[in-house]
Design a protein around this ligand. Structure first.
Ligand SMILES: *Cc1c(COP(=O)(O)O)cnc(C)c1O
Length: 394
């Protein structure tokens, strides 16, 4: 089995670049240059230096002793929550802004839903002194005031998307419109392993530093590079792609992708794309997509804004179709209970996205000798008001 993208940008049946003709020059410029640029020694050095000194990599691989005792297996946490800005997203924005600079671009645009990708993009624009415009749905701007303030503090302009449901999908449409109108000087930083080829492959490669580090750290701690399980949550799929990347070809490593069931897979308020989705096209990519029988995109729902996406990256659709990864859906309530448990068992408050992953420990039986690596994609500071309301911590 092959899990790498092919020449045309497909993972099996999924992927490709289904874009309006006016976007073709921008995407083609990127497609023809991304592998060349990222292979240059000067690029590799600048990327690695920033990951080390600015992001704080390598992030620790932490043996979670109390959690391991409770679940009678060996649980390691990959601490992406300790990255600068609090999640894995910065690995990707650093990589893409270095590409933008080498393509001679001076203006950066991005879409954001909850604001996490917007903050990670605004951060690297401040770092590089580049103009930054973040498109965000009007509804999300109201819901996510602290992240809007962060982006402004970092020097970004936040432009409201006022069409449709005024959320992520509409912000993405605005960003694409901007890119079509400004093809010469503008670079579009996409926030996950989604969008037209080459974005899914490019973002996966930037996030692959996660599994590269896991291998070296496990070798040191356990005398093997290979865990029995790697578990990660999937919104668009970038932290999971990074945690899986260097294990994809090693079938003895079992991969588990965790999706948000929201209020339940059959409740009509869910984001469990692999179960509810059918093949369709979203944001330039052929992939599993939640849609009505006449092909209208269904509004997804999850308590965690980062998992609230109606599609999933094409790599993950392929991993699902080929059964290379097992997909498990976790409800809001299960995730919130796990967030509570991890906080009190390990002293780590996880992002609600990440909290979903820990619920798998209640669903699956692991052997005492199993090495289970959980990708702790982000910290829960941003979710405190949701935790406060849910557990009545006033
Ligand atoms: C954005 C986000 C996610 C979901 O995005 P992926 O591309 O699927 O990784 C998961 N966890 C955290 C902490 C996030 O901020």
């Amino acid at each position: 089995m092959n899990y790498q993208v092919d020449e045309k940008g497909f993972y099996g049946d999924f992927g490709g670049a289904f874009i309006p003709e006016m976007l073709y020059p921008n995407i083609e410029e990127l497609r023809l240059n991304y592998l060349k640029i990222t292979a240059e020694p000067s690029f590799k050095k600048e990327f690695m230096d920033l990951l080390v000194d600015y992001v704080g990599r390598p992030t620790p691989l932490y043996f979670a002793k109390r959690l391991s005792e409770k679940y009678k297996t060996k649980i390691y946490l990959k601490r992406e929550d300790l990255c600068h800005t609090g999640a894995h997203k910065i690995n990707n924005t650093i990589g893409q802004i270095l590409i933008a600079k080498r393509l001679g671009k001076t203006r950066i645009i991005a879409e954001t839903g909850a604001g996490q990708h917007g903050v990670a993009t605004a951060t690297v624009c401040a770092l590089m002194g580049l103009e930054c415009i973040i498109y965000m749905g009007e509804v999300d701007i109201k819901r996510q005031a602290p992240n809007v303030a962060r982006m402004k503090m970092l020097g970004a302009e936040v432009r409201p998307a006022t069409s449709g449901s005024k959320t992520l999908k509409d912000a993405t449409n605005e960003a694409i419109r901007d890119w079509i109108n400004n093809p010469e000087n503008t670079y579009y930083i996409i926030g996950s392993v989604v969008g037209p080829h080459p974005y899914p492959d490019m973002v996966a490669r930037f996030q692959a530093v996660i599994s590269e580090e896991i291998k070296a750290q496990l070798e040191e701690k356990e005398g093997t590079e290979f865990p029995d399980y790697v578990i990660a949550c999937v919104g668009g799929g970038s932290n999971a792609a990074g945690a899986f990347y260097h294990f994809l070809e090693d079938e003895k490593v079992q991969l588990i992708a965790v999706e948000a069931a929201g209020k339940g897979v059959d409740s009509g308020e869910s984001a469990a794309t692999s179960i509810l989705g059918k093949i369709g096209i979203i944001h330039g990519s052929k992939t599993l997509l939640m849609q009505s029988s006449d092909g209208q995109i269904t509004e997804p729902y999850s308590i965690s804004a980062g998992l609230d996406y109606p599609g999933v990256g094409p790599l993950h659709s392929h991993l699902h179709q080929t059964n290379r990864a097992e997909f498990i859906a976790i409800t809001d309530d299960e995730a919130m209970q796990s967030g509570w448990e991890v906080s009190q068992t390990e002293g780590i408050i996880p992002a609600i996205e990440t909290a979903h992953v820990f619920s798998v420990l209640d669903k699956k039986q692991f052997k005492p000798t199993d090495i289970v690596v959980i990708n702790l994609s982000g910290r829960g500071d941003k979710d405190l008001s949701t935790y406060i309301d849910y557990f009545n911590l006033h």
